[in-house]
Structure formats: structure tokens, C-alpha cells
Design a binder for this molecule. Structure first.
Ligand code: PLP
Length: 402
């Protein structure tokens, strides 16, 4: 992976506004004029580079963000969408039709799980959910109808790590498309460089980072992105989860500071994970040597961006988890809220929130316990001060001894 630095690749892209503005002008139009009818026809047919037809297909503002995210992931192209789910569902529907099969990690975002488990079967697409950390189990689940291998780099909410190089070898052997959701680890991991065919993000999280919008992106080959946007058969074009130009311009501006934010999120999460593990709490963080995939994750990351900002603590019971989250919120240590990647720490109990779509018996099987709290660690300036304040809350609730 030498000479590939995702943040440098973003920095090298320069866009100017119409009047020399330092930010590109926002395209405030849903439709575009043509000087000749022939050019309009050719654009419809997909034969005219640089011409815009209609903003559900593409807009100049969305193309700027597409290019920056493709540069970040090291793919030929990208297509932004109105939400992370608006990237995931058209991508899978473009790859699979009736009779096709997907092998997916069982520890994925609850919405993706619900789509694969409850919705895709209505279209004749079935999924085997497997333990993605066991490559032999993954390979054994492949059938003659399997088209896609699906996983998250670092899974939601259990922070399991997918061995993307190992999965890519399996995908190549069986002629499958490896689709990786990299939402938890932008910049830290570059899945396409490790062999993923398609990389997806919910931009709602770290990449935008200000919890003011939802958004998504699919990063892939130009051929695949063109197929998603094809006016006759493209799932993105026809299902219509288009990002608005004003939003893509604002995500683009936030993307400019992603490298600084990721370093601070990772620094703070590492600090807290080390402290709480030493205090005797069950702490899951891929930067800890006790994490089952620590060794492999260390070889996968672009080290300067660290192990990411997501951490889990198991405080024993749901009642304790709820009491702790309410107390921490009252002390202004963060917010009891789903989502991640905000400047402020966010915490939630995944079993009753973001993963509640997953049936209880399956939650138990995958190790999603009642007392688990998922933290998206914020950009706090003095993390020792935060640690002391969090510890005081835990002592008050008898989660830690004084
Ligand atoms: N992928 C992951 C890993 C997520 O955590 C989420 C949302 O929480 C999504 C995808 C869906 O993204 P969105 O909410 O932007 O549709």
C-alpha cells in the first residue's frame, strides 16, 4: 500500500467556484439546457462526458464529492446518495436479482441486516449470515448462486474486524463481488487497496462529522458506477436516492478536515479503552492487544489515522447501561443518541437501539450482550479529564469500585 495516502489524495484535488471562489459553486438546478437536441440525445444515451441532463442522474456538486471520495478510497469512480442505506440497497440490487444469493457478515448495521433478512427475499434474493472472522465458514456458505460477499470493515456494533485481503481471495476464487461498508473506519482502512471491489460509506457518520445530514456513497469501478446510474437499468437512477447538491457541497467542506478529526477520535478512544480495560471493565477496541483481531487490523490500517473512534464497554446489565448513559449525559460527557462520528461523544445500548432489528436469540449467539454500551468517542480536548469524569459516574453507580 506504499504511496497511497487517502488524505493526501483528497488534498490534491482542487475545485474553484465560478468566480474564483475557494469553494466550488453549488449547482442549484434540477435540469440543464442543451444548445442542440443531438447533444441532449447523446447525453441520454450516456455518450456525452461533461454534459448534465437532470440532477437525479448527476449534478456538478455531486460529481465533485464523488471524485473526492473515489480519490479517498482509491477507486475509479463513486456515486453519492441521499443516505448510507441509499448507497447499500441500490448497490446490492444492481449486483443481485431473483435467485441470487449473498454471503454476509452477521454482525452488520441493523438496517442492512433487516434489508437482507426481510426485504431482499421479497425480490428472490437470499442471504446466509456468517461469522465473518472465520474464513472457512465464509467459504463453506458460498453456493452456486452466490454473487456477493458483504461485510463491514469494523462491524457494528461488536467491532469485529473483517480480514479484507483474505475475503478478497475467496471472492476471486468464486467469482464474487466483495462489497465492504467502511463507515466505521474512513482513512484508517482503504478496503479497495486490500482487494474489495466496492466500498460503501454512510457519510452521515465520520465523513460528514457534524450530525446535520444523512448521506451515503458507493465507490467502485467506473463501469459499475455507470451501471448504477444507467437511465434504463440503474438501481440508483431508477430508485432515486439522490443527494441534494446543497448537501453534497456541505459534506465536501467537512471532508476537508476528516484527517484531523480521525486522528483525534482515534487518540481519545485508544486512551479511554486502555484506561477502562486496566480498571477491569470488559472493553472492546481494535487498538487493544486483547482484541481478537488486533494483530490483523494492525496490518490493515493506514497507521497515522489510528484504530478509530468506536469502543464498547460491557457494564453488566441493561439497567446499569441505561443508568450510566443517563448520568453521563447529565454531566455533559456526551449524548444518549444513536449514530457516530460527531464532535461530542455519543452512546447507546445497541441491543435496544441500532441492532434491535436483530432477533434476541441471534443477538445472544453473536455475543451482543444486554449491558453493552457502544461509544463513538468525541473530539474532547482533555481526554484525561473526560476519563476521570466518566470513571466518577461509574463509581457512583457501583460499576467500578472507588
Ligand atoms: N452502515 C453502517 C455501518 C451504519 O452504522 C449505518 C447507520 O447507522 C448505515 C450503514 C446506514 O447509513 P444511513 O443511516 O446514512 O442510511
Amino acid at each position: 500500500m506504499k504511496n497511497f495516502n487517502p488524505a493526501d489524495n483528497i488534498q490534491d484535488l482542487q475545485y474553484f467556484g465560478e468566480f474564483g471562489g475557494v469553494n466550488p459553486s453549488i449547482s442549484d438546478s434540477s435540469t440543464y439546457t442543451f444548445l442542440s437536441a443531438k447533444t441532449m440525445f447523446d447525453t441520454f444515451e450516456g455518450n456525452m462526458e461533461g454534459c448534465y441532463l437532470y440532477s437525479r442522474h448527476s449534478s456538478p456538486s455531486n460529481l465533485y464529492l464523488d471524485k473526492a471520495l473515489a480519490a479517498m478510497e482509491g477507486t475509479q469512480s463513486a456515486n453519492v446518495s441521499a443516505s448510507g442505506m441509499g448507497a447499500i440497497t441500490p448497490t446490492l440490487l444492481q449486483l443481485c436479482g431473483t435467485g441470487d444469493h449473498i454471503v454476509s457478515s452477521r454482525t452488520i448495521y441493523g438496517g442492512t441486516y433487516a434489508f437482507l433478512k426481510n426485504f431482499a427475499p421479497r425480490l428472490g434474493i437470499t442471504t446466509a449470515f456468517v461469522d465473518i472472522t472465520k474464513l472457512d465458514v465464509v467459504e463453506n456458505a458460498i453456493t452456486s448462486n452466490t454473487k456477493v460477499l458483504y461485510c463491514e470493515t469494523v462491524s457494528n456494533p461488536l467491532l469485529e474486524v473483517a480480514d479484507i485481503e483474505g475475503l478478497s481471495k475467496i471472492a476471486k476464487r468464486h467469482n464474487l463481488t466483495l462489497v465492504v461498508d467502511n463507515t466505521f473506519s474512513p482513512l484508517s482502512v482503504s478496503p479497495a487497496k486490500l482487494g474489495a471491489d466496492i466500498v460503501i460509506h454512510s457519510l452521515t457518520k465520520y465523513i460528514n462529522g457534524s450530525s446535520d445530514t444523512v448521506g451515503g456513497v458507493t465507490c467502485a469501478s467506473t463501469e459499475f458506477i455507470n451501471s448504477l446510474k444507467n437511465v434504463n437499468s440503474g438501481a440508483s437512477m431508477l430508485l432515486g436516492p439522490t443527494m441534494d447538491s446543497i448537501r453534497s457541497a456541505s459534506v465536501m467542506k467537512n471532508l476537508r478536515t476528516l484527517h484531523i478529526r480521525m486522528k483525534q477520535h482515534s487518540h481519545n478512544a485508544m486512551y479511554l479503552a486502555e484506561r477502562f480495560e486496566k480498571d477491569g471493565l470488559i472493553t472492546v477496541y481494535p487498538g487493544l492487544e486483547s482484541h481478537p483481531s488486533h494483530k490483523i487490523y494492525k496490518t490493515m490500517i493506514n497507521p497515522e489515522y489510528g484504530f478509530g473512534g468506536m469502543m464498547t464497554l460491557d457494564v453488566g446489565t441493561l439497567a446499569k447501561a441505561n443508568a450510566l448513559m443517563e448520568l453521563m449525559q447529565s454531566k455533559n460527557l456526551g449524548y444518549l443518541a444513536v449514530s457516530l462520528g460527531f464532535y461530542k461523544t455519543l452512546f447507546s445500548a445497541p441491543g435496544t437501539s441500532t441492532s434491535s432489528e436483530i432477533p434476541m436469540e441471534e443477538q445472544i449467539e453473536m455475543g451482543l450482550t444486554d449491558g453493552l454500551i457502544r461509544f463513538s468517542i468525541g473530539l474532547d480536548n482533555d481526554i484525561e479529564r473526560t476519563y476521570q469524569m466518566m470513571k466518577a459516574c461509574m463509581i457512583e453507580l457501583n460499576i467500578l469500585a472507588s
